[in-house]
Design a protein around this ligand. Sequence first.
Ligand SMILES: *Cc1c(COP(=O)(O)O)cnc(C)c1O
Length: 392
Amino acid sequence: MTVQSFNPPIRTLMGPGPSDVHPRILNALARPTIGHLDPVFVEMMDDVKGLLQYAFQTENELTMPVSAPGSAGMETCFVNLVEPGDKVIVCQNGVFGGRMKENVERCGGIAVMVEDEWGNAVDPAKVEQALESNPDAKIVAFVHAETSTGAQSDAKTLSELAHKHDCLVILDTVTSLGGTPVLIDEWQIDAVYSGTQKCLSCTPGISPVSFSERALDKVKNRETRVQSWFLDLNLVMGYWGSGQKRAYHHTAPVNALYGLHESLVMLKNEGLENAWKRHADNHDALKAGLEAMGLSFVVKPDERLPQLNSVTIPDGVDDATVRSRLLNEFNLEIGAGLGALAGKVWRIGLMGFSSRAENILLCVSALEAVLSDLNAPINSGVALKAIQEKLD
Ligand SMILES: *Cc1c(COP(=O)(O)O)cnc(C)c1O
């Protein structure tokens, strides 16, 4: 029996991530592997750090990629900053706030939940109330861009509230980084994590993180040891810290970091402002097409993420049928709804390299073809013109 190589089909990825990976990044991944302590590699890592500081808009010394996906970045923030007995205010308006709660509890902390309806941004008034009723809270944690719904919360306001009550802030920017403004220093965020496979157009598996001096003071002065050896920043700093002679901690994912480096070079060359504008403009074009067709958005306009578009599935249309036809007939992936929104919405991602004109045209024409074929109640023949008018 001969075993065969795996050759994936070529898909267009317009779900909640991973997004399309730029060919330049795929090429970078195939470059020769060198040692992770090779001086040439160490120089590249210094570049990665500087480029991540740019992406996060921070001067934080401890800014680095964790060698594991976004969930590990999340866990890095919680295991280092939460000690047993610590009270943490966790905002939940979708799937990922629920995972933050899990993290707090597994660290022995007490999670005080602030809940908002799925599809809404986090309500600052509720957070303020929670801070007032819990003067012993030490941390406020929330998701900037809720990928499960497409809602964006006001990170600046929430961070100000937290600091007014002497709390540290943990922020999830997995879906926002590179897509909408993420201003870590200006907003005074203490611990932030992101992912490579969303608006950075890179392959999955790496999680950029950054920590403020205030956060590092807390890590260095812990009473208990961080329960995770792999994610303990006290140890990781020996490899990533400045002025350190890089010591072996774990073998860095050498080629994956070539990919991240390339994606950050592309982001720097495009310029953050231009990347944000591209995401906003392409959202406008997609929206024009979908609304012309008669589909409506779940999130209200001023809380809507341009890179993750939740739209309501028309009455009588079966979610899974449409998504599998898009995949099989058009090689196009869009996302399903999660939790409270399962079966009710589609999540259309316009993240990173996926955020471009031809993807919008493909997605809307494919959706129109499938929905017309299913006799769904949509307006036919008007969407593409509406998109073209926005793109011109
Ligand atoms: C995707 C995502 C994560 C998890 O990232 P993984 O790379 O899948 O581990 C966390 N938070 C948000 C908001 C996300 O969209």
